[in-house]
Design a protein around this ligand. Structure first.
Ligand code: DQA
Length: 143
């Protein structure tokens, strides 16, 4: 059985209200519900956590390592482009992490083109809207 963690960073709690032209009309609750259903359909389970605070995300990654998750689906949001501390946390743990973005960051502002995290992640999925999360979950569940 696959045990997965869905982790979301700053401002992702505002999905559905925030820049809907970029991020769409769906909410974080919808993503969490759909991914939980997908994990269960594959005989797995999914835990969810969102925080606007870098340190809380780091703590959750450490805890995830202790709990031995089979995979972590992580949208680090703006911390993607800035956080060496999150990069070090991902590098320090054994659970594989897929970095996910709703928007295609490479088609946007230059500061979004760089990820501090991608090179220590198992993989990266960007630009498929809500589907980005589903594709990441499938990658773990069908592994
Ligand atoms: C994002 C892209 C980031 O650049 C941005 O800061 C976000 C959301 C995405 O999912 O497209 O908050 O991670």
């Amino acid at each position: 059985m696959s045990r997965l963690l869905l982790l979301n960073g700053p401002n992702i709690n505002l999905l559905g209200k925030r820049e809907t032209d970029v991020y769409g009309e769906f909410t974080l609750q919808t993503i969490e519900a759909e991914l939980t259903e997908l994990a269960q359909a594959h005989g797995g389970e999914l835990d969810c956590f969102q925080s606007n605070h870098e340190g809380e995300l780091i703590d959750r990654l450490h805890q995830a390592n202790e709990s031995g998750y089979d995979g972590i689906i992580f949208n680090p949001a703006a911390y993607t482009h800035t956080s060496i501390a999150l990069r070090d946390a991902i590098a320090a743990i054994n659970s594989p992490v897929i970095e996910v973005h709703i928007s295609n960051v490479h088609k946007r502002e230059a500061f979004r083109h760089q990820s501090m995290l991608a090179s220590v992640c198992y993989g990266q999925i960007v630009g498929f809207g809500k589907q980005s999360y589903r594709l990441a979950a499938q990658a773990f569940l069908e592994k």
